[in-house]
Design a protein around this ligand. Structure first.
Ligand code: SAM
Ligand code: SF4
Length: 334
């Protein structure tokens, strides 16, 4: 790999880290029930968040340690000014293999062309309902038509593939969405993926019973459309199935009912420059202070390695004594 100039990045359990999720902002224009409180959260100040140059420097260092897959996320990444410039900077780092973006799609109609021109080739758009009133209920924003226009705008670029649509699966809500989402997957090239609801919500209302599991979803689907599983890609968090008639695919990310921690190859960087080794971590490692006080790359490397070495063996969601982390998903970077 052209970027690998340093030793690979390994954790203390023998897992090799190859994927980093970078949150570009903690801010968001939605207030999804499973993520943020209705009133929002106190935002970070401008000077508290990493600059594009600081993000790019960390990405370059990680790529040199064999972390070639980079996802930009948030908060809502596109509410930060000029994210296409950041895409261009990260895409230009030698050794980046896969650069993708996760967005709620609200500003995608505005930004699709600029993102593609900057080098974006993969995108995930989060949509939890294909019905306007139910979309409003979940996101607390009446924005489905705008999001669907964004999805169309990005799908017009054939170089951006796959386009994935992510829906959080919540009991009592998602059951009615399952078949419409299958129809979407079957009638477009979009890969729809259901993600189990995790205890990272601002309202702290998560409970095990609210998780509509992947196997329950597959049963609902199989009753209408026969599906069969495709071979799992290494380190992929999703189990992907194809419709037996060959029309489209559907995926399931089941972190609660079927954890994939043993194969976890990711780390996360929050908007203010904290390195997190697990979604559910209770500790994190500040990279901003050393960055801003003049640490050279070798010093930063030592800090990153020490943090990653202590990466959690697994999450304890659903186990007695589990404590939800202080940060919500929006403040981590999902
Ligand atoms: N704002 C962008 C978006 O919504 O796509 C990017 C950030 S969002 C935190 C990233 C992903 O996390 C979204 O697909 C969202 O649905 C998912 N997510 C947020 N809270 C979650 C939760 N409690 N459980 C499972 N997934 C969650
Ligand atoms: Fe915002 Fe994404 Fe969280 Fe929804 S899931 S509140 S869009 S950060």
């Amino acid at each position: 790999m052209s970027g690998l100039r340093r030793e690979p990045l390994l954790d203390g359990h023998g897992r090799r880290i190859e994927d980093v999720r970078v949150s570009v902002t903690d801010r968001c224009n939605f207030r999804c029930q499973y993520c943020m409180p209705a009133d929002g959260l106190p935002w970070l100040r401008r000077d508290e968040i990493l600059s594009f140059e600081e993000i790019t420097r960390i990405v370059r260092l990680l790529v040199e340690m064999g972390v070639p897959d980079v996802r930009l996320t948030g908060g809502e990444p596109l509410v930060r000014r000029d994210v296409p410039s950041l895409v261009r900077m990260v895409a230009g780092v030698d050794g980046v293999r896969d650069l993708s973006l996760t967005t709620n799609g609200y500003l995608l109609e505005r930004d699709a062309d600029a993102l593609v021109a900057a080098g974006l080739r993969r995108i995930n758009v989060s949509i939890d309902s294909l019905q306007r009133d139910r979309f409003f209920q979940i996101t607390r924003r009446d924005a489905l038509p705008q999001v669907l226009r964004g999805l169309d705008a990005i799908a017009r670029h054939p170089e951006v593939r796959p386009v994935k649509v992510n829906a959080v699966a919540i009991r009592g809500f998602t059951e009615r969405e399952v078949i419409p989402f299958c129809d979407l997957a079957r009638s477009t090239g979009f890969q729809v993926r259901f993600i189990e609801f995790m205890p990272l919500d601002g309202d702290r209302a998560w409970d095990r019973d609210a998780v509509l599991t992947g196997s329950e979803l597959r049963e609902l689907i199989a009753a209408v459309h026969p599906i069969e599983e495709l071979p799992r890609e290494p380190s992929s968090t999703a189990r992907v199935f194809r419709f037996r008639d060959g029309r489209g695919e559907i995926g399931f990310v089941d972190p609660v009912s079927d954890p994939f921690c043993a194969e976890c190859n990711r780390i996360r960087l929050t908007a203010e420059g904290a390195l997190r080794t697990c979604l559910f971590s209770h500790h994190e490692t500040d990279l901003r202070e050393p960055l801003r006080s003049g640490a050279d790359d070798d010093e930063l490397e030592r800090i990153v390695r020490a943090a990653v070495w202590r990466k959690e063996l697994k999450h304890r969601v659903g186990e007695p004594g589990f404590r939800q982390p202080a940060r919500t998903m929006s403040a981590i970077g999902g």
